[in-house]
Design a protein around this ligand. Structure first.
Ligand code: PLP
Length: 424
């Protein structure tokens, strides 16, 4: 059995910059389009819902973006996060692969989402915003944002997909603990919500509807801005702290990754994990990136690559991405954070170019993978992260069959301690 290794970087070793992959891509991304004119959206148009510094980060080509001191200070509450060798799983699988996982579940709200929530709350507060509004599926994003708003003195309001609101009362309580106001979506606070409720008073809701509600609320209020927990370039940018730390940790171990895996909902934890390694692939290094998604919501593997709205009511700009269509309402699978119809434009393009692979997993297989991981490694994975675990198991088994050494690294994006009802 390999030696169990856990690499904890000292806080002084935390990266001081985020990494912007747009500086290194050999192609231009297709720009977001204004739905009315089909012309590229002017950055100024985004200022109605986002603060200037984040709009700037959305389009910049600077390679290294300094992380503000105030954000570094808050990251230090839980960062750097550990990189751990999964020796118990390696032994069980009898694989020649060495498997490492980056554990983001140590964050205050249990997932990687705090990495961008803190940054977004900071920039909004600095520009005089008083309240942030957002949507949440399973509740991880809503709780990360509520926590971060409390840290930077902002109010927070969260439109929570109604089915999760009912199934995950503890997530709502966590948001309330941090001062967040939680509205089950569809709600009667917006015209969009009222329309859906009129057609079905028990509507289960969807992320697309909740986004529409949040945006409608924001554009009709003052000193209130919108905050998105995935998909957009600046969100992936903030998440690159994950991959940048992994780079340092692997260097300490003298390891070179050959396969990097993450689960994919809107692309933020996956992007944050793999994007810092993309230049290696572009330079011809032997390295694979695998995005793991649910068979029940297979945007990257079954979606079309085209322009589509980010929300259901069609209020957002059109984004070029893999999409199942804005009206897609996924079945109520437990991995609430992976129920989004679209994908991050950066990830979509990299899949389209063959730089990133996508694979889909049935719910059964991911739960079996999660149970195995919990019993062997002692951490209950979030249902979303279980898709990454399932992908790693498939690759480790392939390595065994083909007698290949591999260095597999995956992001364990969060713990599942608020999701135990899904396991029973
Ligand atoms: C939200 C969430 C995801 C999915 O979102 P991405 O933007 O694709 O990362 C994955 N894992 C966890 C733990 C989450 O909370």
């Amino acid at each position: 059995m390999g030696k169990r290794v856990k690499v904890d970087l000292p806080v002084e070793e935390m990266p001081k910059n985020w990494y912007n992959v747009l500086a290194d891509l050999p192609f231009e991304l297709d720009p977001p389009l204004d739905p009315a004119t089909r012309e590229p959206v002017k950055p100024e148009a985004l200022l109605a819902i986002f603060p200037e510094s984040l709009v700037e980060q959305e389009v910049t080509k600077e390679r290294h973006i300094p992380i503000p001191e105030e954000v570094l200070k808050e990251y230090a509450v839980f960062r750097p996060t550990p990189l751990i060798r999964a020796v118990y799983m390696e032994e069980y699988l009898e694989t020649p692969a060495r498997i490492y996982y980056k554990y983001e579940g140590v964050s205050p709200t249990g997932s990687h989402k705090t990495n961008t929530a803190l940054a977004q709350a900071y920039y909004n507060a600095r520009e005089g915003v008083e309240e942030l509004v957002t949507e949440t599926g399973a509740g991880q994003w809503g709780s990360a944002l509520s926590y971060s708003c409390a840290k930077f003195g902002l109010r927070s309001r969260v439109f929570m997909v109604r089915i999760s609101y009912k199934q995950k009362p503890m997530r709502k309580q966590l948001m309330n603990l941090f001062g967040g106001v939680v509205e089950p979506s569809p709600s009667n606070k917006t015209n969009v919500g009222k329309d859906f409720l009129a057609s079905n008073p028990e509507h289960p809701g969807s992320l697309g509807i909740a986004i529409s509600e949040a945006i409608e609320y924001v554009v009709s209020s003052n000193k209130v801005k919108y905050s998105l927990g995935s998909v957009l370039n600046h969100v992936l940018l903030h998440q690159t702290i994950i991959g940048l730390e992994i780079e340092k940790q692997l260097e300490i171990l003298g390891e070179k990754p050959t396969i990097i895996v993450g689960c994919h909902g809107g692309g933020s934890n996956f992007g944050g994990t793999v994007l810092p390694f993309v230049p290696r692939k572009l330079a011809g290094e032997n390295i694979r990136f695998i995005a793991a998604e649910p068979e029940a919501c297979p945007s990257l593997t079954k979606g079309e690559y085209r322009y589509d709205y980010g929300d259901t009511a069609g209020m957002t700009p059109l984004l070029k991405m893999y999409t199942l269509g804005k009206d897609f309402v996924p079945p109520p699978i437990h991995a609430g954070g992976l129920r989004y119809h679209g994908s991050a434009p950066i990830i979509a393009r990299l899949v389209h170019e063959g730089i990133i692979e996508a694979q889909s997993f049935p719910q059964e297989e991911t739960f079996e993978a999660a149970k195995l991981f919990a019993r062997l490694e002692g951490i209950v994975p979030a249902p979303e992260a279980s898709h990454a675990v399932a992908a790693v198991i498939r690759e480790a088994e392939k390595a065994k069959e083909e007698r290949r050494e591999e260095v597999i690294v995956f992001n364990l994006s969060g713990h599942g301690l608020f999701d135990l009802s899904a396991y029973t």
